[in-house]
Design a protein around this ligand. Sequence first.
Ligand code: NDP
Length: 472
Amino acid sequence: DKPQIGVIGMAVMGKNLALNIESRGYTVAIYNRSAAKTEAVMKDHSEKKLVPSYSVEDFVKSLEKPRRILMMVKAGAGTDAVIDELLPLLDAGDVLIDGGNTFFEDTMRRSEKLDESGINFIGMGVSGGELGALQGPSLMPGGQKAAYDLVAPILEQISAKAEDGAPCVAYMGPNGAGHYVKMVHNGIEYGDMELIAESYNIMRNVLGYSVEQLADVFKEWNEGELSSYLAEITADILTRKDDEGTDKPIVDMILDAAGNKGTGKWSSQNALELGVPQSLITEAVYARYISALKDERVKASKVLPGPTQKPAVDDVKAVVEKVRQALYFGKIMSYAQGFEQMRVASENYDWNLHYGEIASIWREGCIIKAQFLQKITDAYDRKPDLQNLLLDQYFLDIAKNYQQSIRDIVALATQAGIPVPVLSAAISYYDSYRSEVLPANLTQAQRDYFGAHTYNRVDKEGIFHYTWYKEQ
Ligand code: NDP
């Protein structure tokens, strides 16, 4: 049998996806720039229906037509290099999939270039890391719909399955739509992680909870509205002891400096480009940046004072419940912003994204998988053109019931000198969004004063300029 699909790139992701595809009954061609990785895969999996090639030419020749090729190589220059090598060897009608963490504008550019040769190009977000790739990732493909249909049966088989059995893959839209949705997914992931970290910090450093107690709190939270992969792994992380012999919780031995690979930053940058408020993801990115300034923070901690009086907490259990509500409220603001960003992007790039479907393919196989995503799907089922998630009855009720808790928690943290950038951004966004009147009248007056930028009036149509000063 000629392989029905080929995978280029035998690092962790490509190897695991190739094994996943093979496990569904396909013969899979594999290729990697350096032979060693391909040889290692063949040595470990000699019994599998994998067909190795050691040149791009042989790899392309080995495939059934129309060829289906999945690239899992380093995003950026690596992807361009592979495409350039493949281009002269492919025919019109072949389907090339880029499953890397590619910036969506690169996908749009490549898509246009490949269109000229009639080669189908799919930019596909792959979530779920190494294990997801092997057992079932959440897949976000974008490109020509006809090309998607040529690979849909394979993608549906290898993807994660939600509780109701639905595959966690769906056609996102043309050109960069898939990689865009993956980018927002990753940005939301930054927000979710920071919300959990801030909640942990408040309970640990204001309420004085031990790491063991916190493990129990997250375990309990994971059984309710907050049920999610990230809550689950947080509970697990907090039960783990150091494996380097100190007998301390591993969290206490890990340096408080978080890294990043830039996808959160891309989400924020694009939100700025589109003019969409995206304060939660942005603050989450900043939280990682400021965490990385460890040496500076250590020095500043010696000279910059915190609050002179620590707030008293009487009913610790009641505060824990308020933290839970604040976290859920924050999560809702974050998703409201994320989906708002996708709505504006969809109009801007002409993608026709389906928001309910996006939430539904995130239910399994990805880092932000959570029970509450079903609520988002339900909201868009009720009203496909929903302007903002907050206006759906379910989310509106949560906001109504939990808003006082997040106010109390942000106030408590601030009085205690505990930073809560994302929780604060959540309540500020909520208060801005629900404000009939904002102080932007004053801002606009200043703009008109120093720059003659003009203003609109509350009482009549037209463009006005006030005579702030007489010309000399
Ligand atoms: P890496 O991102 O570490 O990329 C390594 C692979 O890219 C190797 O196969 C390497 O070949 C190949 N490569 C790099 N440059 C070139 C080039 N110029 N020409 C040809 N091949 C090149 O591998 P991962 O498996 O971690 O990730 C693959 C893709 O999947 C990336 O885009 C990544 O962002 C994305 N991704 C990763 C996830 C993860 O959890 N790791 C999750 C989701 C997506 P060689 O062996 O010859 O160096």
